[in-house]
Design a protein. Structure first.
Lengths: 114, 113
């Protein structure tokens, strides 16, 4: 079945520094959809960004990611972390035109300090 | 605008007792509906999905069952709770298939003692 592997555990960084969270996936389908969801403390996950186009950069709220099918990757980046970016980040995968829901990675907790 | 409501907000239940969690979506007809479970500090595990009334597909059962009695309602239940059922239960909806964003409800926190 499908699987998603993310940067494990906790990422701590200082405000203003860049952040990069790794995400790689495995699927037998040729048209996967990749998502990044963010979950702040005591809240529900919400979509941060998504992509299904190979080698096209997707941006939202200062974050960006590019789907690379050749390497099965969808890394999340931001050039300058803010305190409000402290949250749990999930990379997720779904298959084109398939009603079954998302396959999530284990999640990466990001803590940004002043 | 679409709204998603889950009930109850939180529950403390005894091992072996029954459970019923509910989810209602307003403002969208015939959505795809999903149940997810999140252990404390853990990842999101999909449990069930439904694309139409009366039809539910199981992804991971975990001794739980789900039903969709109405277009806008999704129910998660079990007759006998286990300690391992503790966690955060999230209902989500999407327009249709894989490329669509899933919108999560506020969730239900369950503690089984």
């Amino acid at each position: 079945g499908d699987s998603v592997t993310q940067t494990e555990g906790l990422v701590t960084l200082t405000e203003g520094l860049p952040v990069m969270l790794n995400c790689t996936y495995q699927t037998i389908y040729s048209n996967p959809f990749l998502f990044w969801y963010v979950q702040h403390l005591n809240e529900s996950p919400r979509l941060l960004l998504k992509s299904f186009t190979d080698n096209k950069r997707t941006e939202h709220q200062g974050f960006h990611a590019t789907l690379h099918k050749s390497s099965s990757s969808f890394h999340l980046q931001k050039s300058s972390a803010q305190l409000s970016d402290s949250a749990l980040y999930y990379c997720a995968l779904s298959e084109d035109n398939y009603a079954q829901g998302l396959t999530f990675g284990l999640g990466t907790r990001v803590s940004v300090f002043p | 605008a679409q709204t998603i409501h889950q009930w109850p907000v939180a529950e403390i239940k005894a091992v072996g007792s029954p459970l019923s969690l509910g989810c209602t979506i307003k403002g969208k007809s015939s959505p795809n509906l999903y149940w997810y479970w999140q252990a404390t500090g853990g990842t999101l595990q999909q449990l069930f999905y439904s694309i139409t009334v009366g039809q539910v597909e199981s992804v991971v059962q975990l001794n739980l069952s789900a039903s969709r009695p109405k277009d806008d309602q999704f129910i998660l239940s079990t007759e006998k709770l286990l300690l391992s059922h503790s966690g955060f239960y999230l209902c989500a909806w999407s327009l249709s298939g894989g490329q669509d964003t899933q919108y999560f409800g506020p969730g239900t926190r369950l503690l089984v003692l």
